[in-house]
Design a protein around this ligand. Sequence first.
Ligand SMILES: NC(=O)c1ccc[n+]([C@@H]2O[C@H](COP(=O)([O-])OP(=O)(O)OC[C@H]3O[C@@H](n4cnc5c(N)ncnc54)[C@H](O)[C@@H]3O)[C@@H](O)[C@H]2O)c1
Length: 275
Amino acid sequence: MAETGFARFQGKVALVTGGASGMGREASVRLAREGAAVAVVGLPDDPRGAETVQLITAGGGDAIYVGADVSREADCDAAAQAAVDAFGRIDLCLAAAGILHARYITGDPAEHDLTPGTREGHVINKPIEYWEKVLSVNLTGVMLTNRAVARRMIAQGEGGAIVNISSGAAKIPMPGSAEYSVSKAGVWMLTRCIALELAPHNIRVNTVAPGVIDTPMALGLSQDEQRRAAFERIVPLGRLGEAEDIAEASLFLLSDHAGYITGQILHPDGGLFTG
Ligand SMILES: NC(=O)c1ccc[n+]([C@@H]2O[C@H](COP(=O)([O-])OP(=O)(O)OC[C@H]3O[C@@H](n4cnc5c(N)ncnc54)[C@H](O)[C@@H]3O)[C@@H](O)[C@H]2O)c1
């Protein structure tokens, strides 16, 4: 039977990419609050990673920060190994690392270079290295993360659960951001393929595909009062999502409460993609 109350992850070890900020940080804190030891994975030298660990340890939880670029296979392997070295095993994985565009670092709207002189970054104008950068982090990075943790879960022989963060952009085309939409659609199909491959090992793999969430990635929208108000009018539930909305959806899918769910996509989006 699934655990009840607020200790769904007692004795479990989680690896969370994108854990230095936004929804990855929120999920890391909540996983730890419910008993998991957490390997918080983020870019090397990102000072926000230590803050996530501090939030967890201040609450009595157990966490380490592991610097890794998820687009590099050796980094993903080293991160998974670091979790095993620190905590003995890996049971859970949330792959939340991602970038909105090739120059994305912290979400500062000034980072969003739409390739001046072109029509807003349309595919026909886009530098190929911009396309490759987004695909390498958002899609290849999720694949590399999934297999690094899955290899260790298989060796442990006790199953596991993985959640990959996709986006509503997986289903809704975004002109000017084709590489982002394509990467997130890829995460959705990757999840379904890997879910079937890992099912014999009792490792469940699901996707959470958020709407627009008030994290660093949405700063361009959330900090512009007019854009924010206009957006809130078109969301059926009347607000931007919060990191906790995505963390809770992810924790459900990681928990034994979702023990018969694999290969699925869940849209915490306030109803945005319903109609
Ligand atoms: N905020 C939204 O509206 C929204 C909507 C749908 C999907 N998403 C997705 O949610 C996920 C989390 O984003 P967020 O909204 O919390 O924003 P965020 O910027 O706070 O989180 C993204 C994290 O990924 C890390 N990262 C970037 N490149 C990396 C790399 N190569 N290796 C390791 N880590 C790397 C960043 O440093 C950051 O900590 C992303 O995959 C994003 O695409 C966000």
